[in-house]
Design a protein around this ligand. Structure first.
Ligand code: HEM
Ligand SMILES: *[C@@H]1O[C@H](CO)[C@@H](O)[C@H](O)[C@H]1NC(C)=O
Ligand SMILES: *[C@@H]1O[C@H](CO)[C@@H](O)[C@H](O)[C@H]1NC(C)=O
Ligand SMILES: *[C@@H]1O[C@H](CO)[C@@H](O)[C@H](O)[C@H]1NC(C)=O
Length: 475
């Protein structure tokens, strides 16, 4: 306790000094900071931020400050002064100028979990090259020709084992993990995948202990789990490197990394793969769960979705027949549901960046070195951009003339646009196809949305499922 409080005192006095220096230098340079409140020394408004998001209201922290200060404001969270933007134009400016005026910025607790060779932490030319490699691994022609078959089969097999009560979020996580492992390194689901996933869950938990990682047992456990996951992946990489020298003909992400002219080390490849698993796991499984929740609460939408998918199934021999690219392309209402879920649920609520130089925007200056948070959620839930923004209304995307799509950025944009955006959409669409054609369901318990530390439901959305009998199939 003694030690802790002296550390805390030291931190507080250091931050008072640095805040003082900061304010002094900014006065000297005559900067006009965005209006706002820096809160208490050191902790700033972090506690307000955390407690605000423990409510059911999706955007209380930002709403309150936007009302007081306007769409761009200054606050102080997680140990640093930070400019928040809920302005779509500013957000686009931030995303597009990645690597020029802004660069991505993660606390060391996060980069230690990701590993330094992950795409999320790369910069400059190497980032450019690896980003386009990742894009070309998950682009639509690759999904059409190689990945869709596996996606459909894996989802169908997973759903086959469902009876009675299902914890939807858990099932969705299992599915997305199996898919990722299959796509990255051609492993079929089995004991190996499942035991890797157990460690993985511990690793992911570490990401959500951000405020005080050093005092957290969850964080220490996550670091240990990372070592184990990295070891397991390392063995696979070693083995595949040997096989690829003999020409194993596999066509997955790992093959692309091994064949690259860059001569990546095993450690680099492991970090890279591990971060891809992280980026696609929690996000895609959350969107699957929340789409089902929103649909359950909007029976008209669910009916229309069912109709669309029954139509596709009716053209096929039986439920075993695979889904094809043309089928995916004839799901217009499903695409509205996907967008509406991404808009309303906003799994990645926004992105942090750091100003690489003094930046002048909208009459304000963001000082060099300051953090910036471009909030997607604040834009997506703004009534100015989306009528009745806080209700689930997939029909709003019908006859979409493109008016809203340029403020809709669930996958970010610019040089760091999510390379998995198409893959995530396809996975969710196929999941919905298999779900609505094979099952009907009711929620097993009341379960509500929470927004901190991530968007999810409190109880992992338990449902009671019943198999549908149709097309004369024996069940
Ligand atoms: C619903 C699902 C998903 C959502 C909402 C989502 C959202 C995002 C967002 C907003 C970013 C930008 C981060 C930034 O600008 O700093 C991002 C980056 C990224 N995403 Fe996704 N993502 C999803 C699924 C996936 C999947 C399935 C993959 C697997 C391929 C993936 C891989 C990545 C990677 C590697 C990055 C880092 C890109 C970079 O820094 O260059 N994501 N994602
Ligand atoms: C997708 O990537 C492959 C290489 O992996 C490339 O040959 C193809 O042209 C790309 N397709 C699209 C639509 O970008
Ligand atoms: C869904 O959003 C994307 C932008 O992420 C847009 O390109 C697409 O047209 C939208 N789909 C529909 C059906 O509106
Ligand atoms: C979209 O267009 C169709 C026919 O043009 C119309 O019946 C429907 O009401 C429109 N939907 C919306 C949400 O505007």
């Amino acid at each position: 306790m003694e030690f802790l409080s002296s550390v805390l005192l030291l931190c507080i006095s250091l931050s008072i000094i640095s805040l003082y220096l900061l304010l002094r230098t900014s006065r000297h340079r005559n900067l006009r900071l965005p209006p706002g409140n820096l809160g208490l020394p050191f902790i700033g408004e972090t506690l307000q931020l955390i407690s605000a998001y423990k409510t059911e209201n999706p955007e209380p922290f930002i709403d309150e400050r936007v009302n007081r200060f306007g769409p761009i404001f200054t606050t102080h969270v997680f140990g640093e002064p930070t400019v928040f933007s809920s302005d779509p134009e500013t957000n686009r400016f931030i995303l597009q100028n990645e690597g020029k005026l802004f660069e991505c910025s993660y606390p060391s607790s996060i980069s230690n979990l990701l590993g330094k060779h992950s795409l999320l932490l790369m910069k400059g030319n190497l980032h450019k090259r690896m980003h386009s490699l990742t894009m070309s691994f998950a682009n639509s022609s690759i999904i059409r020709d190689h990945l869709l078959d596996d996606i459909d089969r894996l989802i169908r097999l997973n759903l086959e084992s469902w009876t009675d009560r299902v914890l939807l979020m858990e099932e969705a996580k299992k599915i997305t993990f199996e898919l990722a492992v299959k796509q990255l390194m051609s492993f079929d689901p089995g004991e190996w995948t499942e035991s890797l996933r157990k460690e993985y869950v511990l690793l992911i938990e570490g990401f959500f202990t951000v405020p005080l990682p050093l005092f957290s047992t969850t964080y220490r456990r996550a670091i240990k789990a990372r070592t184990k996951v990295a070891e397991a992946l390392g063995l696979i990489v070693k083995q595949r490197r040997k096989e690829s020298e003999e020409g194993d003909g596999k066509k997955d992400m790992l093959a692309a990394l091994l064949a690259g002219d860059d001569g990546f080390s095993d450690e680099q490849i492991v970090d890279f793969l591990l971060a891809l698993l992280v980026a696609g796991y929690e996000t895609t499984s959350t969107i699957m769960t929340l789409a089902v929740k929103f649909l359950t609460e909007t029976p008209l939408a669910l009916d229309q979705l069912k109709e669309e998918h029954d139509q596709i199934r009716a053209e096929k021999k039986d439920s075993l027949e695979v889904l094809e690219w043309n089928d995916y392309k004839s799901m217009p209402f499903t695409q509205c549901v996907v967008n509406e879920t991404l808009r309303l649920a906003n799994i990645i609520s926004g992105v942090f960046r750091r100003a690489m130089t003094d930046i002048h925007i909208k009459g304000y200056t963001i000082p060099k070195g300051w953090k910036v948070f471009a909030s997607f959620r604040a834009v997506h839930l703004d009534h100015e951009h989306f009528k009745d923004a806080r209700t689930f209304n997939p029909w709003r995307w019908q006859n979409n003339s493109g008016g809203t799509t340029n403020v809709f950025t669930p996958f970010g944009g610019g040089p760091r646009l999510c390379p998995g955006y198409e893959l995530a959409r396809v996975e969710l669409s196929v999941f919905l196809h298999r779900l609505v054609t094979q099952f009907s369901w009711v929620p097993a318990e009341e379960d509500k949305l929470v927004f901190f530390p991530t968007t999810r439901t409190q109880k992992r959305y338990p449902i009671n499922v019943k198999r549908r009998t149709m097309y004369g199939e024996a069940m």
